[in-house]
Structure formats: structure tokens, C-alpha cells
Design a protein around this ligand. Structure first.
Ligand code: SF4
Length: 682
């Protein structure tokens, strides 16, 4: 039977899949042995994709209110609503909230419409919640959002430090690769995390730090390396700049990280002894009110030791979603323009010229949390949500629901008919789902791969890029939104990276300019920037030097007797986001049937809470009920709950009602990992 090569719908590992269509929406899934990201491996979620592609629950037709509509009527209504809203209230009264589930072509068209033709920066993606702190840290250090490593570096590393990453559960195929490096040449694995996760249990060294103490730990490590004369002064002289007083701003303070000197010494010994060192960081580092500083503390260590741009070395952020990276590249974040450009007058002019855009935005737009705040305040009057479920996934999700309920026009394009977010939609537009989409994605190591259609569209569903282009044309922008297929959109994106690149940016797809449909369909996985984009040690700054950034540990939070616990949130191995897809798989649901509140035995005893009983978690933002799992993997005073469950899947256990909307001031990423909470028996 015919094998169709595509990529997994879930995480940023970006595994290649060999799909064999076996009948009407039937498919056999195997790992693609030829895909460099996974070499044939898949995790449980990817392996069970075939169980999640039925038509059950699909949005099959456009809907206006509760009534079935047709595309023409619905698209005209959306286009007219945007035009009228902009005419009455200005371009910043309109916002798009998009998703790392979109393909790069979808993202490209949405960004172009908003930033060049509506004239606002108000397009942000749910990737803001996932890795925007890493983006900000890379831009501060390198002058461009460039992940400096690839998975092949994991194969060559002698020491792999995992920071805020339950890799074994959340990026299982990367974890298998790390285990292979350990088996092949004895790579050492260190896990730095406030929780003793499934990954931590398999580490050579587990550093159970206090929440948000990563900056103190990495500053201490760099200071310790200076004392041990392990700093690479030649590299720093030639390829980096340091702010005045940088070294004196560091101190060796393991107690600030909540660990003792012996533990710190063991970590420092490993770092000193293993030059081929990867520091792989994920949401535990990024989802913090000091997430950007954490990223820069990690990058500082690598720059200080000259451990970047060489095999088996580098500060490596891995993304949660399948195409968070593609969104970063084309401008899906409100804080970047397109193709890694910022909002300087020169960059805006270049984008305007390339797009022949009549209404260029004047600057960045509102980031996710601020966007929903502006909706709540009535400043944004039109919201288009694409392929995401903010009614569940945003922090302070109760407030987000209130905001959408107040918004005069909410459009939702999605493949699922009934989500917590579609409940607020005035217009629902049926979008293609995985197995129907056709386009490109970029994984965590900057590898662009094709996602290919296995089946015809469900019902009247259409590609997101096509829906957006239809709306743009109905707004009078026919000349700029006339692509025949996703291959033509991709070609325009490649041309923008090439023609608008001033020669210094690593993101340059000029090799692919002019690719025809056949070439696009046959596209093999390929990195942008190469497997090691800083192998030349030329960074994207005016002097081509990297920047060490002085970062200071945050103040310790004042004790609050009303909310004495630190609230941490995260993922389960076999569920994905708000379960709108994985919830369809009976096999995946067997792993964890309900969300569990994890609490240290001493805290449980003090509260009179027993294992398997129910307990209520309360924060200043909401209350939710969970079954209890007493676990000594938690630090005392800290609790953990998973993020996935929704109104649709459980009458309680809703987690994102609980975290507050507190952001990193640089990246705008919410601090999901260290909220404050109270726990009481139910
Ligand atoms: Fe899919 Fe990620 Fe699992 Fe790979 S590791 S199969 S991309 S969920």
C-alpha cells in the first residue's frame, strides 16, 4: 500500500510518520525510519494518532450562532465585521489569537493580513504560553531567535542537563535519543527541577531546586567555573561582549537555589569535566515571571565556557507544539514582525514593500494575556481564534471566558465543533484537521518538514490559510492574497526571508525560492541555518558577537498565610493540551484517567488529606477539585496538578482556572509553574 510521509500532530520533537491509508478514515501509523528527528521512533501519542482522526465531534460546516451557514455568507460576515470594526474603532480593536497547531503557511497568511493590511500588531499565538521566554533570551544573546543546536548534538554530548523538562513524558522521542547517548558512550544526565519527575528518577544527578531559582543556580555555576579557571577567555574575547561589572554581579549561592553545597559541588564537577555539554530547557524554565532571565542565565554559562557552535554543545530550548517554531519564523508572535524582523522603521518599510501593504502596523501588538485583558476592557471588539482553546489553556481562564463573553464578535476556526472556546463563538469556521492539512512545520531543532494530507477534507472544512485569504480578498485585498495552494504561500514566505534579509540573519530560505508544486510535495526535511547555525561563531548582532546578559535572581516571594503552597502545573505523558484530540483515544486515556493533585506526605498529613481522597485547590483566581496523590516527589510546600482537563471532560479538575495572569515582563510569558495556592480536604 502507498505510504504517505508526514509529521506528528503533537509535540515539537517533530517526528516523521509513515502513514498508510487503510480505508475510509482508517490509517496505520509507523515512525518514519528516514526522518532525521526520530529515525523511526514514535511515542504513545504519535503511535495512537489513528484513533483520533474520525469524524466524531468535527465541525463540518460554517455556523453563524447556532445555525448552519454556508461559506459565502460566513466569510462575508467575518470580512465585513473586521472592516466595520477597524473603521469605527481603529485597527487595534481587532485581534487574532492563533496556535502552534497551525502550519507555517497558515501562520504566514494570518500575520500578513493583520500586520500589513489590517494595520495592527495584534496577532499572538498560544506559543506565547510555551516558549516565548526562550525567544526573548535568544534575541537578547544572539540578536536573533536562533536555536543554536540540533538533535544530533544530543548524540555527541557527554553531559546533558535537563532544566524544567520532564522529557521522558513530554518529549519522549528526544528522551529516547538521550538514553541512546547514555548507552552508546556513557553520557551523563542531570535533571534540574522542583519535582522529582519520571525523568528525574532516571537521572545520574537530580537537583531538586526551589521554584524559580534557576537564575541563582546558573549564575552560581558560571561563578564557580570562573573560580576553577574553566571560563574560555579566548572565546569571550573574540566572540562575545559582557556588560561592565558582569563577573562581580555573580555569586556562588547554591542556598538561593534551595540546594546544599555538596549537591552543588557534584553538579559543578560534572560541568567542569564535560565540555561537550547540552543544556536542554523547556516549559519549566520558560513558564515563569523570570523566564527570559532563566534562559539568559543558561546561555551565559554556555558562552562563558565557549560551549556553543561545536558538536555536542549548546543551550537548547525545546518547544511544546508541533509548529511553535514555524510561527516564530513568520511573525506569529505579536512581538516580532515577520521572518525574524523587528519593528524598526527600516524593517517595517522592508515588510511593507515586500507585501505591497497598504496599512502597515506601527509596532508590536498585544501579547496573549494583555490581549485578553484588552478584550475584557472593551478595547478589542473583534477576536478571531484559530486552532486553539484559550477558554481552557490561558491562565486565569475564568477571566478569559468573561472577556470572550463580552466581545462583540468572536470568530473561531477549528476542526472541533464543541470546545470550551467555540461556546463563545458568533461564527464558527470548519478548518482542516491533522491528516487533511497540507503544508510545512518546523520542529524544535529548526528542521522544516512537510505535513501531508492523508484524507480529503471532512465536510466543508478548508485550510486555515485559505480561509484567511478568502476573508482578506473580501476586505478588498485581492491582489495580495491570491495563492492557488500552500506551495505558493510557502514560496512567498521563502522569498520574504531571502529578499528581506540584510545578509546577517540566519533565517534565510533562499535555497527554496522558486520551488514548484512538485518540488514542494517532494520536500525532504531540512534545517534552516544548518545543523549548527553558530558554527561560524558569527552572531546576528551588529558586531557579530554574542551578548552575555547580567541577570539577577528574583526576590523571594513573601509568605502569604492565605495561600501557603506554591502551585506547579504541567503535562501528562499521554494527553495533549486540552484533550480535544487525545481525549478521543481510549488507549491514551488509560494512562491517567483523571487529573491528580500531587502533594508531599508531610503537607498532606498536616492538612488531614489522605491519598486517593478529594481535595480542593484554591487560588486568588479560582477553585478546583482534584483526587489526591501523596508523593514524596514533591518538595514540601509545593503542589502539582496537570493542565489538560476541561469542562468537556470532567465536572472539575480544571487547572487553568487557578494560575494568575502574571507574566515575564520581557517575554509576556505567564508564570504557570509557581503560583500561590491553598489546599483543603473536600
Ligand atoms: Fe509525536 Fe512528540 Fe511523540 Fe514524536 S515525541 S511521536 S512528535 S508526540
Amino acid at each position: 500500500m502507498n505510504i504517505i510521509k508526514t509529521t506528528c500532530a503533537y509535540c515539537g520533537v517533530g517526528c516523521g510518520i509513515d502513514a498508510t491509508v487503510t480505508g475510509n478514515r482508517g490509517v496505520t501509523i509507523r515512525g518514519d525510519p528516514d526522518h532525521p528527528a526520530n529515525r523511526g521512533r514514535l511515542c504513545s501519542k504519535g503511535s495512537h494518532l489513528g484513533e483520533t482522526i474520525g469524524l466524531e465531534g468535527r465541525l463540518l460546516h460554517p455556523q453563524i450562532g447556532d445555525q448552519r451557514s454556508d461559506w459565502d455568507t460566513a466569510l462575508n460576515l467575518v470580512a465585513r465585521s473586521i472592516t466595520d470594526t477597524v473603521a469605527e474603532y481603529g485597527p487595534d480593536s481587532v485581534a487574532f489569537y492563533v496556535s502552534g497547531q497551525l502550519l507555517t503557511e497558515d501562520y504566514y497568511v494570518a500575520n500578513k493580513l493583520m500586520k500589513g493590511f489590517i494595520g495592527s500588531g495584534n496577532i499572538d499565538t498560544n506559543s506565547r504560553l510555551c516558549m516565548s521566554s526562550a525567544v526573548a533570551a535568544y534575541i537578547r544573546a544572539f540578536g536573533e531567535d536562533v536555536v543554536p543546536c540540533s538533535y544530533s548534538d544530543l548524540d555527541e554530548a557527554e553531559l546533558i542537563i535537563l532544566v524544567g523538562s520532564n522529557t521522558a513524558w513530554c518529549h519522549p522521542v528526544v528522551w529516547q535519543r538521550i538514553e541512546a547517548a547514555r548507552a552508546a558512550h556513557g553520557a551523563k544526565i542531570v535533571v534540574i527541577d522542583p519535582r522529582r519527575t519520571e525523568t528525574a528518577e532516571q537521572a545520574d544527578l537530580f537537583i531538586q531546586i526551589a521554584p524559580d531559582s534557576d537564575v541563582a543556580l546558573f549564575n552560581s555555576l558560571l561563578a564557580e567555573m570562573q573560580v576553577r579557571k574553566a571560563v574560555d577567555a579566548d572565546f569571550l574575547d573574540a566572540h562575545a561582549t559582557l556588560p561592565d561589572g558582569f563577573w562581580s554581579s555573580l555569586s556562588i549561592s547554591p542556598a538561593l537555589a534551595g540546594i546544599d553545597e555538596a549537591m552543588f559541588g557534584a553538579l559543578a564537577d560534572l560541568v567542569a569535566a564535560h565540555p561537550r555539554m547540552i543544556t536542554l530547557f523547556s516549559q519549566g524554565a520558560n513558564q515563569s515571571v523570570v523566564g527570559t532571565d532563566k534562559g539568559n542565565a543558561i546561555i551565559n554559562l554556555h558562552l562563558g565556557l565557549g560551549r556553543i557552535g561545536r558538536p555536542g554543545m549548546g543551550p537548547f530550548s525545546i518547544t511544546g507544539q508541533p509548529n511553535a517554531m514555524g510561527g516564530r519564523e513568520v511573525g506569529g508572535l505579536a512581538s516580532t514582525l515577520a521572518c525574524h524582523m523587528g519593528f524598526s522603521e527600516e524593517e517595517r518599510d522592508r515588510a511593507q514593500h515586500f507585501w505591497n501593504a497598504p496599512n502597515m502596523c506601527s509596532g508590536p501588538g498585544l501579547k496573549a494575556v494583555d490581549m485578553f485583558r484588552a478584550i475584557h476592557e472593551g478595547k478589542i471588539k473583534f477576536l478571531w481564534v484559530m486552532a486553539t482553546n484559550p477558554a481552557v489553556s490561558m491562565p486565569d481562564a475564568g477571566f478569559v471566558r468573561e472577556a470572550m463573553a463580552r466581545c462583540p464578535m468572536v470568530v473561531v476556526s477549528d476542526c472541533i465543533a464543541e470546545t470550551d472556546t467555540t461556546a463563545f463563538a458568533h461564527v464558527k469556521l470548519p478548518a482542516l484537521g491533522w491528516s487533511e492539512k497540507d503544508g510545512t512545520v518546523t520542529n524544535s531543532e529548526r528542521m522544516i518538514s512537510r505535513q501531508r494530507a492523508l484524507f480529503p477534507p471532512a465536510g466543508e472544512a478548508r485550510a486555515d490559510w485559505d480561509i484567511i485569504a478568502e476573508v482578506a480578498r473580501r476586505m478588498g485585498h485581492e491582489h495580495a492574497f491570491t495563492w492557488a495552494d500552500s506551495a505558493e504561500v510557502f514560496d512567498e514566505y521563502c522569498r520574504q526571508t531571502a529578499s528581506e534579509n540584510d545578509g546577517t540573519r540566519k533565517l534565510d530560505l533562499s535555497d527554496w525560492v522558486g520551488l514548484n508544486k512538485a518540488g514542494y510535495d517532494a520536500l525532504e526535511p531540512k534545517y534552516w541555518g544548518g545543523s549548527s547555525p553558530f558554527a561560524d561563531w558569527k552572531f546576528t548582532t551588529p558586531d557579530h558577537k554574542a551578548r552575555l546578559i547580567a541577570v539577577t535572581p528574583p526576590q523571594t516571594r513573601k509568605a502569604d498565610p492565605a495561600y501557603p503552597f506554591a502551585l506547579n502545573t504541567g503535562r501528562y505523558r499521554d494527553q495533549w493540551h486540552t484533550m480535544t484530540r487525545t481525549g478521543f483515544s481510549p488507549k491514551l486515556s488509560q494512562h491517567r484517567r483523571e487529573p491528580l493533585l500531587e502533594i508531599h506526605p508531610d503537607d498532606a498529613a498536616a492538612k488531614g488529606i489522605k491519598d486517593a481522597a478529594l481535595a480542593r485547590v484554591q487560588t486568588p483566581y479560582g477553585t478546583s477539585l482534584f483526587r489526591v496523590r501523596v508523593s514524596d516527589g514533591q518538595r514540601r510546600g509545593e503542589i502539582f496538578v496537570p493542565m489538560h482537563w476541561t469542562d468537556q471532560t470532567s465536572s472539575d479538575g480544571r487547572t487553568n482556572l487557578l494560575p494568575g495572569p502574571h507574566n515575564d515582563p520581557i517575554s509576556g510569558q505567564p508564570g504557570f509553574k509557581n503560583g500561590k495556592a491553598q489546599v483543603e480536604p473536600f
